[in-house]
Ligand binder design. Structure first.
Ligand code: ADP
Ligand code: MG
Length: 361
């Protein structure tokens, strides 16, 4: 029985290793919500299973291919089934990042947190999945320890969401970042996670009300620290899983806001373009990667495409006609992250090739 289990584990492990060092970009389009469905129609179409077309007014739509397209019919459960392998890798010693990107109202929080029951998003589903999977590995003599930390980056300052929003100092070492003062909470079951999520939600809401700030103006990072050790061999690994609900990506310049709000939005726009730049630089393997340039990339550094890390960015889109320009921008963001990879010269050509070829049809 043990041999069978080991074989199964080895196969799983190989599947997991396959995804190493990769940055994947998926797209999720939410359905039109009731109030929108009356006034608007969808600007987004699906010419193929991995392709979307965004129509902007009467202009011919741009067509883009993705590694994965979650159309509006995808349930929360189906989305999770598609990211499960990524999450599993964190039990095998990889630093894993899963990042929701998109304008405010595009479905980032729905994707990451979601609602209750069937509507649960990736974060609560990941908790149930990790505990269940770790129990399987425990029968092979591994022991797991899990702890959680929740962090918010607002106006380029990091705050601890599980410790009265205390400021967290970041210190960069060569390969890692230390988060000084960030509280770590040991957890052993899903209700521990649910309790901490409630604490974090409460803290975020209170802070948002106090400064009259929108929740969409901060990046929320849900970090798991996972330690595995095998007493019989003395082997031990430790890694991190970071699940990220980014601040809204809409442009400060065109939003019509001014003063502090404009500054907030400029900070967000900047941190998101640094994130995109870091991912491109990492993929092009040219050496320097600008992690230091923003708190967000410092926090995410160890899961952004280095040796034992992997990242998936889910670009969320609002399908409304009036949002087509912002949706196109999100798609451009996604393409830039893919485009400077050495191996991706071909990939990009394919991407662009597909675009022009399909637009003509
Ligand atoms: P964001 O976090 O990007 O600002 P939200 O996750 O809050 O956006 O989503 C905006 C609205 O759309 C919410 O009312 C949310 O419940 C709804 N929504 C988002 N994604 C979906 C989906 N896949 N299915 C149904 N409703 C969704
Ligand atoms: Mg949100």
């Amino acid at each position: 029985l043990l041999n069978e289990k080991e074989a199964e584990l080895r196969k799983l492990h190989n599947d997991v290793v396959d995804l190493r060092g990769q940055i994947r970009v998926a797209v999720r389009v939410r359905p039109l919500i009731k109030s929108e469905a009356d006034a608007s129609s969808s600007a987004i179409e699906y010419p193929a299973i991995d392709t979307i077309r965004i129509n902007e007014g009467s202009k011919p739509g741009i067509v883009v291919k993705f590694e994965k397209v979650f159309t509006p019919v995808f349930s929360q459960k189906e989305v999770f089934a598609n990211v499960e392998e990524f999450i599993r890798s964190s039990l095998h010693g990889y630093n894993v990042g899963l990042i929701a990107y998109g304008q405010t109202g595009s479905g980032k929080t729905h994707t990451m947190r979601g609602g209750n029951g069937e509507e649960e998003g990736i974060i609560p589903r990941a908790a149930a999945f990790l505990f269940a999977e770790s129990r399987k590995l425990e029968s092979l003599g591994w022991k797991f320890d899990f702890s959680l930390s929740f962090l918010e980056v607002y106006n380029n300052v990091a705050y601890d969401l599980l410790s009265d929003r205390a400021v967290v100092q970041l210190r960069l070492n060569d390969q890692t970042v230390s988060m000084i003062g960030l509280s770590e909470h040991t957890i052993s079951n899903v209700s521990d996670v649910a309790r901490l999520l409630r604490v974090a939600d409460g803290g975020r809401k209170t802070a948002a009300t106090k400064c009259n700030e929108s929740l969409s103006r901060s990046h929320a990072v849900y970090m798991w620290k996972i330690t595995a050790h095998q007493p019989s061999t003395g082997i031990s690994t430790s890694c991190q899983l970071k699940l990220v609900d980014l601040a809204g990506s809409e442009r400060a310049k065109e939003s019509g806001v001014s003063g502090d709000q404009f500054k907030e939005m400029t900070n967000i726009n900047q941190s998101l373009s640094i994130l995109q730049m870091c991912i491109s630089q990492q993929r092009s393997q040219k050496g320097h990667v600008s992690y230091r340039d923003s708190k967000l990339t410092q926090v995410l550094m160890d899961c952004l495409g280095r040796g034992n890390s992997k990242t998936m960015v889910v670009v969320n889109l609002n399908p409304c006609n009036e949002q087509a320009t912002e949706s196109k921008r999100s798609i451009e963001f996604a393409s830039k992250m893919r485009s400077t990879n050495i191996g991706s010269a071909v990939q990009q050509r394919t991407l662009l090739g597909d675009v022009s070829q399909m637009s003509m049809n």
